[in-house]
Design a protein. Structure first.
Length: 168
């Protein structure tokens, strides 16, 4: 009886308790999503937990749409179609609270960021992409209230490297 219990416990542990849900060899992709509620500004959501933010159904910048990413400066290039979407943001007088986005690897939300406009009197409290800047770059949040640079998350580094677009 005791042996049967041990075998049963080991079986159950291997079936439900030890699976992390991701295969170590699985390629996870980096993407940038806007929020499903496009009326929200980054300033309205930057204090909310990431898990509470609902993402748009499709990425704003998908894994296959990034063509290069320079790790040291966080500059990136994209396909022509995404470049035209970013150009549209440049021509639009966006909200002073920024347009929020979430950086994602696989299905994991890594950090909240924002497309930011120079006319804003607010200081972004999250990493941001200058909506009128070129080249495209995810800038570090310079607020003294934020001490951790989430742009350097190792999951992002791995995903960009796996995609073959990472420039060290």
């Amino acid at each position: 009886m005791k042996l049967t219990c041990i075998v049963l416990c080991l079986f159950l542990a291997t079936q439900i308790g030890c699976d992390s849900g991701t295969d170590p060899g699985e390629r996870l992709e980096f993407a940038i999503y806007r929020l499903k509620d496009s009326q929200l500004t980054a300033a309205q959501v930057w204090s909310q937990p990431l898990d509470g933010l609902t993402l748009a159904d499709t990425p704003f910048i998908g894994a296959g749409e990034l063509t290069s990413y320079i790790w040291q400066s966080h500059e990136f290039t994209v396909t022509a179609s995404v470049d035209s979407q970013l150009a549209t943001l440049q021509r639009t007088l966006g909200p002073t609270g920024g347009i929020p986005f979430v950086a994602v690897v696989g299905t994991e939300k890594i950090y909240l960021g924002a497309f930011w406009y120079g006319h804003s009197s607010l200081m972004p409290q999250v990493p941001f992409i200058d909506a009128i800047g070129n080249p495209h770059r995810i800038n570090k949040c310079s607020s003294v209230l934020v001490t951790e640079d989430r742009r350097i998350d190792p999951r992002i580094h791995r995903a960009l490297g796996d995609a073959g677009i990472l420039i060290e």
